[in-house]
Design a protein around this ligand. Structure first.
Ligand SMILES: Cc1cc2nc3c(=O)[nH]c(=O)nc-3n(C[C@H](O)[C@H](O)[C@H](O)COP(=O)(O)OP(=O)(O)OC[C@H]3O[C@@H](n4cnc5c(N)ncnc54)[C@H](O)[C@@H]3O)c2cc1C
Length: 296
């Protein structure tokens, strides 16, 4: 069985920073397992700028930020395995990994979990109606548009006003789509102030606060949504062909759900520890966590 000093699960901003930091702290054999073909994580689909102001003191796109770490990784003798999913992490410090139909066991001394987070789905909300085509989470829509070059729809309602929702509102506007409403249950928009200004105000996106989507209309494809004003209870039906759901992120920790408490050889990095607003904080936290676990 192959044995590593450090196993890093996930090759996003957190995993790359953690692996490099582990190397710098003296770990010889460091392995990153990433289920996507290449490293970068969510940064791969973030073609907008606003990354790196804290860490590099430069305004980079997400892909540029990722590239800086990918270049460092390539020169660091860190082993990177893409298309490789970690299926299990076991108390005896072995892991089960799957790649191209092969399942393999590996052993490790320390493990850094950097699996990011997943998006809260429409099914977690009390929204009635059928489930026609045209309902996407914001991150999925971003991947489809920015990485796969797909067209997700023309007349779009966005539910939730976190950063991903706002960034996608701007992206759709740039692509010539009609963003007919951003619907937010709170009294003001969530996310970073700069995104409110640069993505919503600058593109005149109509905003309905203290409101939520209560029903999706349409059988084969979304035809409209019902939006309820949460203060007055009044409802309006807004015709659209696409509903983008941006209602929060949940740290992805399924691999360690079975542990009552985290053993000293295992630590959480980046968005799987907590949801960070900016990548610079993810990088700093992951570097620190890797240093700490290696000094143990
Ligand atoms: C749309 C959007 C816009 C953003 N805009 C900004 C911005 O303008 N400025 C800024 O600073 N920050 C921004 N951020 C935040 C920042 O990009 C993220 O916080 C950061 O990139 C998260 O890094 P991570 O490594 O923790 O997670 P991720 O990038 O999600 O990486 C986790 C990786 O783990 C892999 N993985 C998960 N489970 C397994 C498994 N079992 N086996 C193998 N691999 C696994 C995944 O495939 C993924 O590649 C934005 C985020 C998003 C989503």
């Amino acid at each position: 069985m192959n044995k590593y000093d450090v196993l890093v699960v996930g090759g996003g901003a957190a995993g790359m920073a953690a692996a490099l930091s582990a190397k710098e702290a003296g770990a010889k054999k460091v392995l990153i397992c990433e289920r996507e073909p290449s490293p970068g994580g969510i940064l791969r689909q973030c073609i907008h700028n606003g990354f790196g102001l804290g860490y590099f003191h430069e305004d980079l796109t997400g892909t540029e930020y990722a590239h800086r770490f990918i270049s460092r990784l390539e020169n660091s003798e860190t082993e990177f395995r893409g298309d490789t999913t970690v299926l299990e992490i076991r108390p005896d410090r072995t892991a089960l990994i799957s790649s191209f139909g092969c399942v393999e066991e590996i052993a490790f001394d320390k493990c850094l979990l950097a699996t990011g987070c997943r998006e809260r789905a429409i099914g977690s909300l009390p929204v009635s109606g059928t489930r026609p085509a045209g309902v996407f989470s914001a991150g999925t829509a971003q991947k489809m548009v920015n990485l796969m070059g797909l067209d997700v729809g023309r007349r779009i309602v966005i539910l939730g006003s976190g950063d991903i929702g706002m960034i996608m509102a701007r992206r759709f506007s740039i692509l010539g789509k009609e963003v007919v409403a951003m619907v937010e249950k709170e009294a003001c928009l969530g996310g970073l102030v700069r995104n409110v200004q640069n993505c919503i105000e600058a593109y005149n996106i109509p905003v309905l606060t203290r409101s939520t989507v209560t029903k999706i209309h349409g059988r084969a494809r979304v035809e409209a949504v019902t939006v309820r004003d949460l203060l007055s209870g009044e409802e309006q039906t807004i015709p659209c062909d696409t509903l983008i759901v941006s209602v929060g992120l949940i740290p992805e920790r399924e691999l360690v759900d079975g542990f009552e408490e985290l053993p000293s050889w295992l630590a959480l990095c980046g968005n799987c520890e907590k949801v960070y607003e900016i990548v610079d904080s993810v990088t700093v936290q992951s570097e620190k966590t890797a240093r700490e676990i290696l000094s143990d």
